[in-house]
Design a binder for this molecule. Structure first.
Ligand code: NOJ
Ligand code: CA
Length: 682
């Protein structure tokens, strides 16, 4: 551990303003436990707080400013001086109730720096806490109680990230109508506009970075806005309330986080945001069991059935029982039923005021379906589409969860289909609304309220059109997954709507934030009107290993699943809960092959997804237990397979004996994938 306090040479007070700043700027530094990362915190000639970060002695983030624009007072940036600092650290291993790995290591050093503005600038105080890990760092503002301010109204946050080199970035734009459901762009870093996080970068020298945030609670999400060159700053998601954030003091902001690694693997096998979140507040959540599920869903997404009542209504008692029978026969833990409730009048956007969360449509006997499922050992998975109307949902939230609890429903999928900025929160007068963003402070409050209410009823939440994940599953482990990216649904709507690059890109920015309900398993490889998917059959299986979620859907119609018994056998076997996960081969945006160990057995699984470039890989099986012989059951792209033609259906099966250290050759087709089960026998 290394902390130093340095006094810089007196700074020339070539100030354009009349305010007094200290003649001697204090500089404080701290390093990560192994000394790789060093943060330096000081104030500039105008008293503006800055931090910089170096890695292995090389500047990574140049001097970057900190501060806020309050909406009701002078800027909280100039006129600051450091009035104190504290150091600390921590080392522990903690256990996840479910996840990509059972045990998470947290080893960090900490530095808290206290800033105070001179009286002419309002005399306000803010502390910044830095946490340095060997493979990343985070910092947050901690605004203490103080005489000068009781409530902070934040027009925007002025945190900068002045990246020292150019390189390549993978990102989606922030603030656009389709929220996070966009195709990732690959541009030079200095070609980014305003991005959502996580944003992933590969610098010119090969260093891999991912900027994100952790513990987004009662605050607006951070968008990552390029200022000039490779310098970025936060801009917060807007609010219908005026200031983007309103908080009574004291409070802490979310952590601004940065994963840092030499390669793709180090970005993926990195628990920075989880470590920056608070420990589990719910205690035992063993009532939620990771599982695979099917649903009355693909038929609506494709347009064959409707969510709304009518002649093609998807959610009928008969169909639900048929799906439950299939689930019981093939080992699925749950059946999702969407469009079961009254009020869905057939329009998509702005329809949320009419939804009932407690009354079923006449052709759907909710109680009978839940009971039928329970008898067969299959759970009904609940569904709450809100159409973005959180006012209506919040008004019924408690009753809605109470009903599902009584019926033994332990997981609910929520949905917020509305354009960005189209969330409707209660307005000041009864019956009025305030429009909000999906990731503004009000929506952030809403999501946590839903998760906390659900937890009281022992219900897990899978949010679609959500706010992005920031590691809160550690604190609230009933927040099992979310959508928050373009999922499988886009493949129903247009040929190659999700191109072959989509999933091998998702792994590296989106999946760093947390589990995704991508809904793989469209074994027919067909959307509506027979539009083909940009995927081979093996890739549909590889998705179960590439895109983690503790609930994994098999999205296709049950008839199509049944028509592929060997693929269905893989889906039945593949776990949704792991004791270890490793990226054993992959590059950002190109391909991703994981090795994951089942949490409930000694089985390993290997597999993943490829982009449009065919590849020959040699996968080293050095993760297996020594001295054991494993039976490898393989589902792989057949000769000549490619997503571009009917050859996308070509798959081959093989069985071999392997042991630790063996090399498994694998050919990945264009748009291809791979799935392998490694079973050590008794
Ligand atoms: C959009 C979701 O992503 C999809 O899964 C869901 O079926 C619809 N909303 C309806 O709630
Ligand atoms: Ca969606």
């Amino acid at each position: 551990m290394r902390y130093t306090l340095m006094l810089a040479a007196p700074l020339a007070l070539a100030l354009s303003c009349a305010f007094i700043t200290p003649a001697v700027a204090e500089t404080v530094t701290a390093s990560s436990p192994d000394g790789t990362l060093v943060v330096t915190v000081t104030t500039d000639a105008d008293g503006r707080p800055t931090y910089s970060l170096s890695r292995k002695g090389r500047l990574l983030i140049g001097a970057s400013m900190l501060g806020f624009i309050p909406s009701d007072g002078p800027t909280m940036q100039r006129g600051n001086r450091i009035v104190g600092h504290e150091t600390g650290g921590g080392k522990e291993t903690w256990e996840q109730p479910w996840g990509e790995r059972r045990f998470v290591n947290d080893h960090h050093n900490e530095l808290l720096v206290r800033f105070e503005q001179v009286p002419d600038w309002g005399g306000r105080r803010m502390n910044v806490r830095f946490r340095l890990f060997n493979d990343g760092f985070g910092f947050r503002y901690e605004i203490p109680e103080q005489p000068a301010m009781k409530v902070m109204r934040i027009a925007d946050e002025l945190t900068e990230f002045n990246i020292a080199q150019n390189g390549t970035a993978w990102w989606i734009p922030g603030g656009e109508w389709n929220r996070y459901e966009q195709v990732y762009q690959k541009t030079p870093i200095d070609g980014v506009s305003t991005a959502h996080t996580p944003i992933t970068m590969k610098l010119a020298d090969g260093t891999h970075l991912a900027f994100h945030e952790a513990a987004l609670v009662d605050y607006s999400a951070m968008w990552f806005k390029r200022q000039t060159g490779t310098a970025f700053r936060t801009t917060l998601s807007p609010s219908g309330n005026g200031p983007k954030v309103v908080r009574a003091l004291p409070f802490n902001t979310p952590w601004r986080s940065l994963r840092i690694a030499d390669g793709a693997r180090g970005l993926v096998e990195n628990d920075l945001e989880l470590n920056l979140n608070e420990p589990n507040r719910l205690g035992d959540v063993s009532w939620f069991k990771p599982m695979k599920y099917i649903g009355i869903w693909w038929g609506m997404i494709r347009g064959d059935w409707s969510w709304a009542e009518g002649p093609n209504h998807g959610a009928t008692t008969t169909r639900a029982k048929q799906y439950i029978d299939f689930a019981a026969k093939h080992g699925f833990g749950g059946v999702l039923v969407e469009g079961w409730d009254k009020g869905w009048n057939g329009t998509w956007f702005g329809n949320g005021r009419d939804f009932s969360y407690t009354e079923a449509t006449p052709d759907f006997d909710l109680e009978a379906v839940a009971r039928y499922g329970a008898q067969k050992g299959v759970m009904l998975i609940g569904h709450h589409e809100t159409g973005g109307n959180i006012a209506n949902y919040e008004a019924q939230l408690d009753d809605a969860m109470k009903l599902y609890d009584r019926l033994g429903v332990r997981a609910v999928k929520t949905g917020y289909v509305a354009d960005a900025g189209g969330i409707l929160a209660p307005g000041d007068a009864p019956g009025t609304y305030r429009a909000e963003y999906h990731d503004g402070q009000r929506a952030v409050q809403h999501h946590l309220k839903v998760v906390q209410t659900a937890a009281r009823y022992r219900i897990a939440i899978n949010a679609h059109e959500p706010v992005k994940d920031t590691g809160l599953r550690r604190t609230y482990p009933n927040w099992i997954d979310r959508e928050g990216a373009r999922g499988m649904e886009y493949n129903a709507w247009g040929q190659f709507a999700n191109g072959p690059d989509h999933e091998p890109t998702l792994v590296y920015p989106r999946m760093l934030s947390g589990p995704m309900d991508f809904t793989p398993g469209v074994l027919s490889l067909e959307g509506a009107n027979k539009v083909p998917l940009a995927s081979t059959l093996a890739k549909q299986l590889g998705l179960y290993l590439a895109i983690y979620s503790p609930i994994q859907m098999a999205a296709d119609f049950i008839e199509n699943l049944e028509a592929h018994p060997r693929e269905l056998a893989f889906i039945r076997q593949v776990p949704a809960d792991w004791s270890e996960s490793h990226l054993i081969a992959g590059e950002v945006g190109d391909y991703a092959i994981f090795a994951r160990k089942d949490r409930n057995s000694d089985d390993w699984y290997v597999g993943g997804v490829n982009d449009a470039t065919p590849r020959d890989l040699s996968l080293k099986l050095d993760f297996l237990d020594p001295g054991r012989v494993y039976t490898a059951t393989i589902w792989k792209d057949g000769e000549g397979a490619t997503y571009e033609t009917e050859a996308r259906h070509r798959i081959v099966y093989a069985t071999l004996k392997v042991k630790k250290g063996d090399v498994l050759p694998a050919w990945l087709a264009p748009g291809g994938g791979l799935a392998v089960r490694l079973n050590p026998g008794k």
